[in-house]
Design a protein around this ligand. Structure first.
Ligand code: BGC
Length: 389
């Protein structure tokens, strides 16, 4: 991948929320203001704050406080033309109405918990079953549907926004009061860094997940089936009919989820035709968790995605043990930004994470520990780096 030219990042940011706060890692910086969606917008009668990060390579990242959500990522294509590579909506109101977790921060626990039930330190907990029989993405009002506090920041690497949220003890049935943080930074190396962290006052499961839908051909370019993907994973977690892992950590070799060598996403996707017979709700496509090679806790490059139409390449480096590769199977023709229509396979998610339903596999060999305890800090880093093939 050729790198885009290096530049000093510049920043244009919201100020109605009081400008930039200084911390150890952060320096004061003057900021311009924009604090509404481009086409206006409010949720629950309150204006939504929108922040734009820019660098002089022509990259632009827009985030909003509702759901700590990425709403726009502009990357120059091989001819230097700006391409918006994330799915989203023109107005804030459409996010709670139409969004299938577009661009947001998912929590307290991303992906599914079987039957919404788990045991922790000998006590049983019951959570909302908001996805068939299972609990999905933190419940009825997960982190994605909450208003986060926002602080524009300037780091040594570039401009960013720090979002913080308090999740009360008992919220969505989870024990413990959790203080969560998501920081987005756009670097001068054309990286979008996402850092998620959390602390708690009582033991609780935590698996915070970033949920952008990518289409490197442009959010309005049709499907992602011709994009080429490599995932560094020898194993994955096969699931049952309701997308709950069977418990196996199975080899990808000889299956359609073998992405160890880069391949066209559409090549083997028909191996997962889904099952919509007799009320079955699986629309088919990829919706799989991969057990990433290398050591969790160590930053390593795990994904490379490229688009033949624009030449845009994105790599992901993370410290997480797993990644959910989801091909937008439930996209249903909703109207998005600029009138774009998002059909099935119109975008894909690459969600670094602990494995789905890990809380019900505690202590099993190879399964991550997702219990956060008082005094400890949950940390999750992912770096998306953009370039041209
Ligand atoms: C999950 C899918 C789910 C989707 C909802 C993904 O993270 O893997 O199963 O349908 O989120 O938008």
């Amino acid at each position: 991948m050729k790198s885009l030219p290096l530049v000093i990042a510049t920043l244009s940011l919201a100020a109605s929320i009081g400008g930039c706060r200084s911390t150890d890692a952060v320096t004061e910086t003057p900021m311009e203001t924009t604090h509404r969606m481009r086409t206006g917008g409010s949720i629950d009668g309150r204006p939504v704050n929108l922040f734009t990060l820019r660098n002089a390579n022509g990259m632009e990242v827009e985030v909003m406080d509702h759901g700590a959500t990425v709403t726009r990522v502009i990357v120059p294509d091989r001819d230097g033309n700006p391409v918006d590579v994330v799915l989203g909506f023109d107005t804030a109101e459409e996010y709670p109405e139409k969004s299938q977790y577009f661009g947001c921060t998912v929590g307290r626990v991303g992906n599914r918990i079987a039957g919404g039930r788990f045991e922790l330190d000998g006590k049983a907990y019951a959570l909302a079953a908001n996805n068939g029989p299972n609990h999905l993405h933190g419940g009825e009002v997960g982190f994605d549907k909450r208003r986060w506090d926002a602080d524009p920041i300037m780091t040594a690497k570039g401009p960013g926004v720090r979002f913080t949220l308090t999740s009360a003890d008992g919220e969505e049935g989870y024990p413990g009061r959790v203080e969560a943080e998501t920081i987005y930074v756009l670097t001068d190396r054309n990286e979008l860094e996402v850092e998620m962290s959390a602390t708690t006052d009582a033991p609780t499961p935590v698996n915070i997940v970033h949920h952008t839908y990518w289409n490197l051909g442009g959010h309005d370019s049709g499907t992602i089936l011709d994009e080429v993907l490599r995932i560094r994973a020898d194993r994955y977690t096969p699931v049952d009919g309701t997308f709950i892992p069977t418990g196996d950590l199975a080899p990808v070799a000889g299956t359609a989820v073998d992405f160890r060598t880069a391949k066209r996403i559409g090549r083997d996707i028909d191996a997962y035709p889904g099952d919509q017979a007799e009320g079955g709700e699986d629309p088919g496509g990829y919706d799989h968790n991969f057990c990433l090679d290398g050591e969790a806790g160590t930053m390593r490059e795990v994904v490379r995605l490229s688009d033949p139409r624009t030449g845009i390449v994105m790599t992901i480096t993370t410290d997480q043990p797993g990644i959910q590769f989801y091909t937008g199977n439930f996209l249903n023709g909703m109207t998005g930004k600029g009138g774009a229509v998002y059909e099935k396979f119109g975008g894909l998610c690459l969600e670094t994470q602990a494995y789905p339903d890990s809380i019900n596999h505690a202590g099993e060999p190879g399964w991550p520990d997702v219990v956060l305890r008082p005094g400890d800090t949950y940390r999750h880093r992912m770096v998306h780096r953009f370039g041209i093939d």
